[in-house]
Design a protein around this ligand. Structure first.
Ligand code: TYD
Ligand code: MG
Length: 463
């Protein structure tokens, strides 16, 4: 048994591995997030060296300043990987910390090795600390990616103190990559690597170093479903930028999404394709998601969507079939199932189209996930088309949010959506009656509707 108060500054706390909340007593359920069995005892020792948490020193008076003043433009370290540079808001910012979260196997290490090589080849100093793979494994990957000759400096290390010591040696690094933050451990803490206290302490020390030295720090964080390892959520508030790398298993494309960015816009996406030689940029994602469209089949509508500042056309597919079941099936992939229920209710109550006796399947092509409410109109068009058996014109796009009254509401960025549709060879569109469409000459034939009824009426069999 451990001697009572062997170390005065070491005290025991229970930390929820899901949300990071502290508690002084153990409980089966976290009082903060409600998850079960996530509280783990962690001994928090003396604060790690350099964390600036020592107590007892007297503060000094700091200058208070106004909001207005001289500020230079944020300098940026560009990688030349266009999809990534856009997502970060123009490149990495020296002295900032960026977190890339994602499920294991999604391609984080691959992306970051490509990033390190890109920076190194542009004359920057790029350091890659791998805590998960041996040097030989990373080298093998570099060879596969055709990057073996780039001057990236590589180490397999998990000890925080060793990493900080290495960083303070030699020339200042421009880019430091830690793959992953969950493998690091600070000796001063008795908690196991991957626990909330370790992850927080390591992140804090590394961020302090990065701010002080002016290098861009990239942390990899695995998103795990089990509570055994602290997820990236617990450090999201500490870093400047949070990106998530997502993709569907079985699909080659990967999406890098900005969740938080102190130096640029959020909701931007970068699209990549996982190929045999690593991640390839997809500069025109609409082509990827529209893919090989079979024309002539009912139930497919093209949605002119927006992801951040960028237009993205995707096909929404619906299948409506009479159901033998008393309780017909509803299945949705890539869209919100509550939204589908709402849409079905609006079709029923406001347009007199009842699908209550039908199984309804809705799918977003390519495995993409759509969060935009403006997809309502395209989904409604796909449903109506499948229900009536009347195919939609293959060269038409749809967008518009549908309210519970059946009114079609204006969407953001209408001109940008139309421009993208025009660029990709579409010739007509059905869009909300409200909302500015700039006077730029467009060859698109525009149909503007104010109520979902107007769309439903064009499908005669369902009247
Ligand atoms: P990895 O970068 O190791 O994922 P993470 O760091 O997020 O865990 O990538 C893992 C997957 O990517 C792996 O299943 C193999 C695949 N892959 C390719 O398809 N092509 C490639 O060139 C590379 C390097 C990996
Ligand atoms: Mg990895």
């Amino acid at each position: 048994m451990m001697a009572k108060s062997a170390n005065k500054s070491s005290k025991s706390q229970y930390v929820c591995q899901a949300c990071g909340a502290y508690s002084s007593r153990w409980a089966g359920k976290c009082g903060s997030c409600g998850e079960w069995n996530t509280l783990v005892e962690e001994l928090t020792g003396a604060p790690p060296p350099g964390s600036g948490l020592s107590t007892g020193s007297r503060g000094r008076v700091v200058n208070l300043e106004g909001l207005k003043g001289e500020t230079a433009d944020t300098p940026r370290i560009q990688t030349g990987i266009v999809e990534l540079d856009r997502v970060t808001g123009g490149g990495f910012v020296p002295g900032s910390a960026l977190l890339i979260g994602g499920e294991p196997g999604i391609g984080k290490s691959t992306l970051l090795l490509q990033v390190a090589a890109a920076i190194a080849e542009r004359g920057g100093r790029a350091l890659y600390f791998s805590g998960e793979e041996a040097v030989a494994q990373v080298r093998l990957r570099a060879e596969r990616l055709g990057l073996a000759d780039s001057p990236v400096e590589l180490a397999a290390e998990t000890n925080l103190a060793n990493i900080l010591a290495t960083l303070s040696e030699g020339a200042r690094a421009d880019l430091v990559i830690i793959d992953s933050i969950q493998t690091l451990w600070a000796e001063a803490l008795e908690a196991a690597p991957g626990t909330v206290s370790q992850v927080r302490a390591a992140t804090q020390s590394l961020i302090r170093y990065a701010k002080h030295a002016g290098c861009a720090l990239i942390l990899v964080g695995h998103v795990t479903k089990e509570g055994s390892i602290a997820g990236p959520k617990v450090i999201e508030h500490m870093v400047d930028t949070v990106l998530y790398f997502e993709g569907e298993r079985g699909h080659a494309f990967r999406i890098l999404r900005t969740v938080k960015n102190r130096f640029g816009p959020t909701n931007e996406i970068g699209v990549f394709e996982m190929a045999t030689k690593g991640l390839r940029e997809v500069q025109n994602p609409s082509e990827l998601f529209l893919g090989d469209r079979e024309s002539g089949a009912p139930g497919a509508a093209v949605f002119a969507g927006m992801e951040g500042s960028r237009p993205l056309l995707v096909e929404i597919q619906a299948l409506v079939a009479p159901s033998p079941l008393g309780n017909p099936r509803r299945a949705v992939l890539g869209w919100d199932s509550n939204r589908l229920s709402m849409l079905l209710a609006v079709l029923d109550a406001r347009c007199g189209v009842s699908l209550a006796q039908c199984d309804v399947y809705l799918n977003v092509a390519g495995g993409l996930k759509i969060n935009e409410p403006a997809a309502d109109l395209a989904a409604a068009a796909a449903l109506l088309s499948s229900f009536s058996g009347v195919p939609l014109p293959a060269d038409r796009v749809y967008f518009g949010e549908i309210s519970l009254s059946g009114a079609v509401r204006a969407a953001s960025h209408m001109p940008v959506r139309l421009k993208e549709a025009e660029k990709l060879g579409f010739s007509s569109c059905v869009i909300p009656a409200q909302g500015e469409v700039e006077k730029t000459p467009t060859t698109l034939e525009i149909e503007r509707i104010g109520h979902l009824k107007q769309l439903a009426e064009t499908f005669s069999p369902c009247q």
